[in-house]
Design a protein around this ligand. Structure first.
Ligand SMILES: [Fe+2]
Length: 211
């Protein structure tokens, strides 16, 4: 009888565990072609991103991280937990930034901030392209804003992102080879240049408004 009571006690006092789920793509697998192929999306979203989410769930089970939001985990963790949490967040953000029918240039206060900081949208793109091609190894290039609305281009290795540095991410370019190798092989510069055709500036405008 005692073991049964003990078992019930353990079951009822186990900490609540949260399971993060893979966000579905907000468009069809072929809707970003020709810039991003169906095969790339199936690997990038269904395999790589899913693996980050699954690994995160495995790592945080039964730990204090299980009761945190993804953003809180990114802020407070290190090592494998941080890497998988940030990569889960980064990819959800990245896929949500792309669109079959993107707004190809910012307007309003975000355009004003771009012009104030970089002179023109073309100059901003050139600076981000340069950051993407010169980043050694795997990582991300971000356009981010501080609380006052000042823009900053940030390069980060592996899973690093603006949230970790107290900045608001507006756009993220994934320069891990898994993002482009199927379609562009080793030509990272071509992949980044093509990505601008799919980046939806209305998403960046909304994030800038809500920073
Ligand atoms: Fe990726």
């Amino acid at each position: 009888m005692i073991p049964l009571i003990l078992t019930l006690f353990i079951m009822t006092t186990e900490p609540a565990t949260k399971t993060f789920t893979l966000e579905p793509l907000p468009y069809g697998y072929r809707e970003l072609e020709p810039e991003i192929s169906e095969e790339t999306l199936r690997y990038h979203h269904d395999k790589h991103t899913a693996a980050y989410v699954n690994k995160l769930n495995e790592l945080i089970a039964g730990t204090p991280y299980a009761d945190m939001t993804l953003e809180e985990i990114i802020e407070k963790s290190d090592g494998a937990v941080f890497n998988n949490a940030a990569q889960a967040w980064n990819h959800n953000f990245y896929f949500a930034t792309l669109s079959p029918k993107p707004k190809t240039a910012p307007e309003g206060e975000l355009l004003d901030a771009v012009v104030a900081r970089y002179g023109s949208l073309d100059n901003l793109k050139a600076r981000m392209n340069s950051a993407a091609t010169s980043l050694f190894g795997s990582g991300w290039v971000w356009l981010a804003a501080d609380k006052d609305g000042n823009l900053e281009i940030m390069s980060g290795s592996n899973a690093d992102n603006p949230l970790r540095h107290g900045l608001c991410p507006l756009l993220g370019i994934d320069v891990w080879e898994h993002a482009y190798y199927i379609d562009y092989r080793n030509a990272r510069a071509d992949a980044v240049q093509a990505l601008w055709e799919r980046i939806d500036w209305s998403k960046a405008e909304e994030r800038y408004r809500n920073r």
